[in-house]
Write a protein that binds this ligand. Structure first.
Ligand code: CP
Ligand code: NVA
Length: 301
């Protein structure tokens, strides 16, 4: 695996291989078994948006693998002053062994990989959030035993999370049903991919999407960079909250996931959030293990 730019680039088998390695690394971490697969290697991390989980889990992860991290925020670096990505890519490739980037445009991540000479890992763009969804898939498989026969549903915005969940969910063999209001659907590239599967459903009815679901997932209605649209979005997503009524449509043992941060009372009620806290915080923990697997797969020679 050369880079992790988006799940669309990976086969279902490659995703499963990453999840298997993530499970193994989790087991070793829990049992105090050292795994210095990236001894002495440096991960450069670029943040052009805020982060808690991604920032901490990557830094802890590279340390546990025997390496270390250097963090670059857009403010305080030349990136924030407009230095072209082609140059940043070629410069950083001379110093570090891999780059994790969180930014706005997917094209910036693709260009970093194109012009640089070290592995690039996407830590979230407006288009996708592959690291998060690898952790989500890991959590689903851990909780349900396998992906076979599972229905995953996502209720909310056709954003980075929905895009990656559609691709990841279908590639590992789940049925995927998504509900979003018109005007907030995933981009055509994702719909073209999804529509090649019979087990994909897109609706504007959250109740319909949640019917018989094994896994119910949501995310914020207003993502980073969309703050000016908050009011308009709150109106558009009325009726898309994951609450008791919606969960009554899903299977009785359905689990809920949320990538966090969550806005209780908007996309999810406090009650449903807390009832599923065991899954949601396991999902957050699994960011660490899944990303360690991604770093090993891309950065270990
Ligand atoms: N879920 C997620 O990516 O969290 P952060 O924004 O805190 O990194
Ligand atoms: N959709 C959210 C995910 C945050 C992890 C955002 O882009 O802000």
């Amino acid at each position: 695996m050369k880079h992790l730019l988006k799940l669309l680039d990976m086969s279902g088998e490659e995703i499963i291989e990453v999840l298997n390695l993530a499970d193994q690394l989790k087991y070793e971490t829990k049992h105090g078994i050292e795994h210095h697969h990236l001894k002495g290697k440096c991960l450069g991390m670029i943040f052009e948006k805020s982060s808690t989980r991604t920032r901490v889990s990557f830094e802890v992860g590279i340390n546990q693998l025997g390496g270390y991290a250097v963090v670059l925020a857009s403010e305080g670096s030349q990136i924030g002053r407009g230095e072209p990505v082609q140059d940043t890519a070629r410069v950083l490739s001379r110093y570090v062994d891999g780059i994790m980037i969180r930014t706005f445009e997917q094209q910036e991540v693709e260009d970093l990989a194109k012009y640089g000479s070290v592995p690039v890992i996407n830590g979230l763009t407006d288009f996708c959030h592959p690291c998060q969804v690898l952790a989500d898939l890991m959590t689903i498989r851990e909780s349900k035993g396998s992906f076979e026969g599972l229905k995953m549903c996502f209720i909310g915005d056709g954003n980075n999370m929905m895009n990656s969940l559609i691709v990841g969910g279908l590639k590992v063999g789940m049925s995927v049903s998504v509900a979003c209001p018109e005007g907030y659907r995933p981009p055509q590239e994702i719909l073209d991919f999804a529509n090649s599967y019979d087990c994909f459903e897109l609706t504007d009815d959250p109740m319909q999407a949640a019917k018989n679901a094994d896994v119910v997932i949501t995310d914020v209605w207003t993502s980073m960079g969309q703050e000016d649209e908050r009011q308009k979005r709150e109106a558009a997503f009325e009726g898309y909250c994951i609450d008791k009524n919606l969960m009554a449509q899903a299977k009785p043992d359905a689990m809920v996931q949320h990538c966090l941060p969550a806005h209780r009372g908007e996309e999810i009620t406090e009650e449903i959030f807390e009832a599923n806290a065991q899954y949601i915080f396991e999902e957050a923990e699994n960011r660490l293990h899944a990303q360690k697997a991604v770093m090993v797969k891309t950065m270990a020679k």
